[in-house]
Design a protein around this ligand. Structure first.
Ligand code: HEC
Length: 166
């Protein structure tokens, strides 16, 4: 009789420690804010850690001269439509976003990278486009559907240019 009771108790008791171990393991994962993003065909995956993307999307650093050109191009960065930047040969500089003169003294490269890849991860209400994301976007013109605005290389070029704005 006593033995039977003991056996009936064992399974429920052994469940408790397992549940505790799972909970304890899950807490640090959630608080680190590490998400592996979905990779759409041809796009490079990246890891977001504490509102930054620490690793280069291409594994290399970009070209700041190309990044400056991409920032001006209307079908690419078009950053000047919303930001002031040290690009005096262009007349129209927008004021919707903050002045990017000196931005590299406020934000380091991993923080700049997330700003370009997917600023909605920092501020879901932002007007700034996500330059390297294809899911969860609305009102995307047909020819851009399934394609990010910038390629992984171009993101790194823009980030390299921004990093010069000290
Ligand atoms: C449609 C307008 C718009 C466009 C286009 C745009 N941005 Fe932004 N950007 C913003 C706004 C607004 C903010 C302010 C922060 C927020 O809304 O989250 C911002 C914030 C930023 C920040 C953070 C600045 C800081 O001081 O914290 C950086 C860096 C930045 N943008 C870079 C760029 C670059 C580079 C491009 C082009 C590749 C670009 N943005 C294109 C609107 C825009």
């Amino acid at each position: 009789m006593n033995r039977n009771r003991l056996f009936r108790f064992l399974p429920s008791h052994s469940f408790l420690p397992r549940a505790l171990i799972c909970t304890v393991l899950l807490i640090p994962c959630a608080s680190l804010q590490v998400w592996a993003t979905q990779t759409t065909s041809g796009m490079v995956g990246h890891e977001v850690v504490d509102f930054t993307i620490p690793a280069s999307l291409t594994g290399a650093s970009g070209d700041p001269i190309k990044g400056r050109v991409l920032s001006i191009q209307r079908n690419k960065g078009n950053c000047l439509s919303c930001h002031r930047m040290p690009i005096p040969e262009e007349d129209d500089h927008g004021i919707t976003g903050p002045d990017l003169n000196g931005v590299a003294s406020r934000l380091d490269i991993p923080a700049l990278r997330l700003r370009i890849v997917d600023p909605k991860r920092i501020n879901p209400e932002t007007m700034m486009p996500a330059f390297y994301r294809v899911d969860g976007l609305h009102r995307v013109a047909k020819k851009f559907q399934g394609k990010p605005i910038l390629t992984a290389e171009e993101v790194e070029d823009v980030v390299a240019y921004l990093a010069t704005l000290k």
